[in-house]
Design a protein around this ligand. Structure first.
Ligand code: FE
Length: 140
């Protein structure tokens, strides 16, 4: 699913071709016991499902893009909810015509390569559901 190399608190992760990125990162963080940290990566995919939260209705609008795209930026954080790894990922994808789509990342399939830095933070961070926003917010 992936290969990695560790350097201190940072892991260099190469997600295998045709793997689903969010599942691969969740598995990696779970296996390494990373419950707090940050993620940034680049690569290429042939599908991505992005999510937009309407703050008025608190409803999610999901949209899938089935096309070859560059991962211009994959950014996110790692925390813990209900004892499990909780990933919050956003991504910007570059299309063939050099326009971009972006949003909260639900899933995306590698088609080419996906190179990610995962940095572990020492302090664990949890989340709780917030009624006002409809979001799982940090709980300090
Ligand atoms: Fe988000």
């Amino acid at each position: 699913m992936y290969q990695y190399r560790q350097s201190g608190d940072t892991y260099v992760v190469s997600i295998d071709n045709h793997e689903e990125i969010v599942a691969a990162l969740a598995q990696f963080c779970t296996e390494q016991g990373i419950l707090s940290g940050r993620i940034d990566g680049i690569g290429a995919v042939n599908s991505a499902t992005l999510r937009f939260l309407d703050p008025v209705t608190k409803k999610y609008v999901d949209r899938t893009f089935d096309e070859q795209m560059e991962i211009a930026a994959l950014v996110g954080n790692i925390s813990e909810k209900d004892g499990k790894v909780y990933l919050h990922l956003h991504a910007t994808f570059g299309r063939r015509d050099y326009t971009a789509v972006a949003g909260h990342l639900l899933c995306s399939r590698v088609n080419g390569a996906c190179e990610v830095f995962v940095t572990r933070h020492a302090c664990p961070v949890g989340r709780r559901f917030d009624e006002e926003t409809g979001l799982n917010l940090y709980q300090f």
